[in-house]
Structure formats: structure tokens, C-alpha cells
Design a protein around this ligand. Structure first.
Ligand SMILES: O=C(O)CCC(=O)C(=O)O
Ligand SMILES: [Fe+2]
Length: 326
């Protein structure tokens, strides 16, 4: 499939921009209007921009600055907190450490993974639950840890707010996902894409075509661009260029499974820009690990059968990590 996808032209279509500030309004009609806007975007590509998110611009700027400072360090400093040293997928991931597109060369990106910080004696860590454990932190960047912790908390809050919007969009009670939102698995991933090399191997790019594993991805990107989204109806890749102050939000596989693919978990990729470094920060809102993921009854039309076997958040996530990391 990858070869066909690579051959198509890239259209300059726009994704919708949705102001989600109304989700916090006291009037139910205002909240429902946001739900309706989300529904349209989720039924279409499952990719949209979000404004009115309430995350302070100063915090966003600090995250990007600390991320750049981290990747600018000498390799030995980064390797001192390599992900290979973590049992719960935290820390530094070297360039070409992941292959998101089956059959394509490894991704031209380096990364840093942060999750909910749990001490070694936490019962979930003792029980070896997937991705549960302590973060690894750089020792020479004093602002890094407090900045990332503040941002992680802000993203958890935004993720839960957006899930209320998703519930409204599906005509479900607003608190439908409140158990799912409890004690969620979530990953903040700092990414650095080097410039696309002139001698890149065929198909070599920043991030191979993939769908995201979790529920919602909230992507902060700098002003370089390079993210492309597959437009199934048009048979083209479309750009998702940076929109100042907005997140790119996309639905992951769990929402597609939950809605029997009514809502889309859409293929996307990153093609690095020649001569330019790019920094992006996706936040993967995954959800409570024990949550069963089974077709939501209201998403099953009479006579339809579920397209996916039931799973759980933890089982699905484990499976996807195993497939994309050698
Ligand atoms: O860096 C980006 O713009 C997208 C990254 C991405 O798709 C991912 O990490 O899943
Ligand atoms: Fe992605």
C-alpha cells in the first residue's frame, strides 16, 4: 500500500478548525454545539484543529524551548537516559528507533517519552502493568522536568475535556467516558526531525504512514510543517500545516474500534523538510488500561456486525508497541 500512497499528488485541502471553549460553558446548548462540530470532523477524516483549548501560550513556548535544549545536548547525555534502560517506555529514543510504516525504512526522528510518573513501589508498577513506572529525567536541564510536568497535567485535562465533547458528539451522556478517563495511560512524546537528507533511501521520511494507537492525539507542532493526512475520499495526502495557537487533534484506533469505524483513525505521516529541523510534541491520550473496547451499541446500525473483536486499552497498546518497535 505504501508505494501507491507515495505516488499520489498532495492536495492543499484544509482541515476544520474547532473552537472547543464552549465545552466548559454552563449552557448545555453551547456544549452540544461543540459536540456537533466534533461529530462532523470525526465522521470525515478524524483530523481537525482545536482552538479555545485554554493551554497557556507561555507553557507551550516553554515546552518547545526545553525540547530543543534536550535534543541539542551531546549524544552521551541523551543516551544516559535511553529508553532501553526503562522497563516502561520512558526516556530517549534514538533516530531510526521506530518503524511506523510496515515495510518502509525506520523513521527519521529522535524522541523523548514521558508518562504518568509512578514510583517503583506503586501497586501498578509492582504488578508490571504495561507502561507503568517512573520517568527518566535529564540531569543538566533544570527547567525541563517542571515544564514537562505542568504541560502533562494540562494535556490530561484537555484530553478529558475533549472526551466529554466526543461523548456529546455520539449523543451519549457527557460523562460517558468518565471511568475511561480515570487514571489513564498517556504519553507525551517530544520529537525532533532532522532535515530530510539529500541522499535519503526510497521511502525514508520523518514518520512513516500510520494510525495512532490510542484514543486522542493532541499535537503541538512548530512552524515548519511536514505533517500529511491521508484523504481517503480524494485519494490524496493533504497537508496539515501549523496553525498558530491551535492543536492538531486526531482520533486513534481505540475510537475507531469503539465506534465500529464510523469515526476515523486516519493514516498520517511526516515528510521532513530539506534544510530545516522540525520539533513537534504529540500527546497521546490513551485511557484507563482496564477499559474494555467494544463497539458502542449506538454505533451499531440494525443488522450491522462489529468490525473488530473486543479488546482492552492495555491489550491494544501492547500489541501496537510490539508491532512498531523491532
Ligand atoms: O510529528 C508529527 O507531526 C506527527 C507525529 C506522529 O504522527 C506520531 O508521533 O504519532
Ligand atoms: Fe501519529
Amino acid at each position: 500500500m505504501a508505494a501507491t500512497l507515495d505516488a499520489v499528488r498532495i492536495a492543499e485541502a484544509q482541515l476544520p478548525i474547532i473552537d472547543v471553549s464552549g465545552l466548559s460553558a454552563s449552557r448545555p446548548e453551547t456544549r452540544a454545539a461543540v459536540g456537533a462540530a466534533l461529530r462532523g470532523a470525526c465522521l470525515d477524516k478524524g483530523f481537525f484543529y482545536v482552538t479555545g483549548h485554554g493551554v497557556p501560550q507561555g507553557l507551550i513556548a516553554a515546552v518547545l524551548a526545553e525540547s530543543k535544549a534536550f535534543f541539542d545536548q551531546p549524544m552521551a547525555r541523551k543516551q544516559a537516559i535511553d529508553k532501553a534502560l526503562s522497563f516502561c517506555n520512558r526516556g530517549y529514543e534514538p533516530l531510526k528507533g521506530q518503524t511506523l510504516e510496515p515495510g518502509a525504512p525506520p523513521d527519521l526522528k529522535e524522541g523523548f517519552y514521558i508518562g504518568p510518573d509512578l514510583p517503583l513501589d506503586d501497586p501498578r508498577v509492582v504488578a508490571r502493568r504495561f507502561n507503568r513506572g517512573p520517568n527518566l529525567w535529564p540531569t543538566d536541564l533544570p527547567g525541563f522536568r517542571p515544564t514537562m510536568q505542568a504541560y502533562f497535567a494540562a494535556m490530561l485535562d484537555l484530553g478529558a475535556r475533549l472526551m466529554r465533547g466526543i461523548a456529546l458528539s455520539l449523543d451519549l451522556p457527557e460523562d460517558h467516558f468518565s471511568v475511561f478517563d480515570r487514571d489513564p495511560l498517556a504519553t507525551l512524546r517530544l520529537l525532533h526531525y532532522p532535515p530530510q537528507p539529500a541522499n535519503a533511501a526510497p521511502g525514508e521520511k520523518g514518520c512513516g504512514a500510520h494510525t495512532d494507537f490510542g484514543s486522542l492525539t493532541l499535537l503541538l507542532q512548530d512552524d515548519i510543517g511536514g505533517l500529511q493526512v491521508w484523504d481517503e475520499a480524494g485519494g490524496t495526502w493533504i497537508h496539515a500545516p501549523p496553525v498558530p495557537g491551535a492543536y492538531v487533534v486526531n482520533l486513534g484506533d481505540l475510537i475507531a474500534r469503539w465506534t465500529n469505524a464510523r469515526y476515523r483513525s486516519t493514516l498520517h505521516r511526516v515528510v521532513n523538510v530539506p534544510g530545516r529541523e522540525r520539533y513537534s510534541v504529540p500527546f497521546f491520550y490513551t485511557g484507563n488500561p482496564d477499559q474494555p473496547i467494544d463497539c458502542i451499541p449506538t454505533c451499531l446500525a440494525p443488522g450491522d456486525t462489529p468490525k473488530y473483536p473486543p479488546t482492552t486499552v492495555e491489550a491494544h497498546l501492547k500489541d501496537m508497541y510490539a508491532r512498531t518497535y523491532a
